[in-house]
Ligand binder design. Structure first.
Ligand code: GLA
Length: 372
C-alpha cells in the first residue's frame, strides 16, 4: 500500500531512568521520550472501513467502524481500542481511513512501542478528523485501549512520557496526582545505551497483571487499619512491616520493593540535581536488584547484562527497564567507552545465551508530533 498522506505523525518510545512498576502504585518515576519512533501516515476515504498496513511486519488488516471487536492479533487491538475510546468520547467524528505504520522502535522490548503506537493513533485521528481531544484525554484513551483491548493493566507512565516528552528533558512524574516537572537530562560524560536482550518471555502480560493485583491486595490490607494511605508507594516501611503476618510472603515482598523503589527514585532526583552521577548510577543498580529479587520481574538474560555492566569500569549504572521478563537494559556508559562496552558485552552475551543483542544509543527527544 502506498499513497500521499494527509496527516503524518511521529510517536516516540520512552525510557525510564528509575522508578519501575511504580506508576500503578502511586509512586514517582523518571521517564523521557526518545528518538526512536513509530511513524503513521494517514488519508481519509469515503467509506466506513479502514485499511491498516504495517510496513515493519508486512501485514495488513481491515477495520469495520460499525463493528469494533477485540481481535486475536495484538497489534490490531491498538487501533481498535484507540478508535473505540475516541469514538466513545467524541461520537460521530471518525470515518474511513487508510494508514501505513512504520517503526524503528523495537517491539515488545520495554521501550513502550505499544504506547507509542496508541498515542500516535490518537493524535493521528485528532488531526485527520479535527477532533477537539486534549493531550490529557489522549493519555487516557491510549491507557484504556491497553487495558481493555490489549489486556495489560498498565499504569500511566508510558502514555504520559510519549505525549509530554521534551527534548533533552527527563520528566519527574508523580503518578498519584500526575503533577510533573521537566528536569535537564544532564548526564554528561555518560550516554544512555539500551541493550536489547532480544528475548521476550511470554509471561509478561499475565505476570504484570498479577503484580498489580498483589500490590492492590497489600494496600487493602494496610488500609483496613490506616485508610489514610491511598497508594502503596506512600506507606512507610514500618507500617507495612506491622502487617507482614496478614500478607502472603509474595505480597509483603512486592510492597517492600515498591516502597524502597519510590525512595530510590526520590533520592535519584536529588542526586541528579546535585550532579552526583555516581550516586545516581548506584541507585539504578540497586533498583535492578530490587526488581530481580523482590519484585521478580527480571530474567536470566537481563540479570546477566546488568552484571556485565556492573563489572565494567566505565558504566556507572544499569538496570532492566519497563515491564520486564525480557526487553532492554538501560546503561549509563562513559561516552568515550561506549563501543568497547557494547562489543565486550555483546560477545559475552552471545557466548552465554547464543543470542545476539541489539544496542541502541538513544537521545532524549520530543513527545508525539504532527509532522504533516
Ligand atoms: C510497562 C507499563 C507501565 C509501567 C512499566 C513498569 O511499561 O506499561 O505502565 O508499569 O511497565 O514500570
Amino acid at each position: 500500500m502506498n499513497f500521499t498522506p494527509e496527516v503524518v505523525i511521529k510517536s516516540p518510545g520512552r525510557i525510564n531512568l528509575i522508578g519501575e512498576h511504580l506508576d500503578y502504585n502511586g509512586g514517582h518515576v523518571l521517564p523521557a521520550a526518545i528518538d526512536l519512533t513509530v511513524t503513521l501516515r494517514l488519508r481519509k476515504k469515503n467509506s466506513r472501513s479502514c485499511t491498516i498496513y504495517s510496513k515493519s511486519i508486512d501485514d495488513s488488516f481491515q477495520v469495520d467502524l460499525d463493528k469494533l471487536e477485540i481481535s486475536s492479533q495484538e497489534w490490531h487491538n491498538y487501533f481498535l481500542g484507540v478508535i473505540h475510546f475516541t469514538e466513545q468520547r467524541y461520537p460521530g467524528h471518525i470515518s474511513g481511513f487508510d494508514c501505513i505504520v512504520e517503526s524503528n522502535l523495537p517491539i515488545g522490548s520495554g521501550v513502550s512501542s505499544s504506547a507509542a503506537l496508541e498515542c500516535g493513533i490518537a493524535v493521528a485521528l485528532k488531526n485527520l478528523f479535527d477532533i477537539p481531544v486534549t493531550d490529557e484525554e489522549i493519555i487516557y484513551i491510549a491507557r484504556d485501549a491497553e487495558h481493555h483491548f490489549v489486556g495489560t493493566k498498565c499504569g500511566i507512565m508510558d502514555q504520559f512520557a510519549v505525549v509530554r516528552g521534551k527534548k533533552e528533558k527527563l520528566i519527574q512524574l508523580n503518578c498519584h496526582d500526575l503533577s510533573f516537572d521537566y528536569v535537564p537530562a544532564e548526564l554528561s560524560p555518560y550516554a544512555i545505551v539500551l541493550l536489547n536482550t532480544n528475548v521476550s518471555h511470554n509471561l509478561a502480560t499475565s505476570e504484570y497483571n498479577l503484580r498489580r493485583q498483589e500490590c492492590e491486595a497489600a494496600l487493602e490490607i494496610v488500609r483496613k487499619r490506616y485508610p489514610v494511605y491511598e497508594a502503596l508507594a506512600h506507606i512507610p516501611k514500618k507500617i507495612v512491616q506491622e502487617h507482614e503476618k496478614e500478607m502472603t510472603p509474595k505480597m509483603f515482598q512486592r510492597a517492600e520493593y515498591v516502597i524502597e523503589e519510590n525512595q530510590r527514585t526520590l533520592q535519584a532526583s536529588l542526586a541528579l540535581a546535585k550532579q552526583n552521577l555516581p550516586d545516581f548510577g548506584a541507585l539504578l543498580f540497586a533498583s535492578h536488584t530490587g526488581l530481580s529479587e523482590k519484585y521478580e520481574v527480571s530474567c536470566p538474560e537481563l540479570d546477566f547484562l546488568v552484571k556485565q555492566a556492573h563489572h565494567h569500569p566505565n558504566v556507572i549504572g544499569a538496570r532492566m527497564m519497563g515491564g520486564g521478563f525480557g526487553g532492554c537494559t538501560i546503561n549509563l556508559v562513559h561516552k568515550d567507552h561506549m563501543d568497547s562496552f557494547i562489543e565486550h558485552t555483546a560477545l559475552a552475551y552471545q557466548k552465554k545465551f547464543q543470542i545476539e543483542l541489539t544496542p541502541h544509543t538513544v537521545k532524549i527527544g520530543d513527545g508525539v508530533q504532527l509532522i504533516l
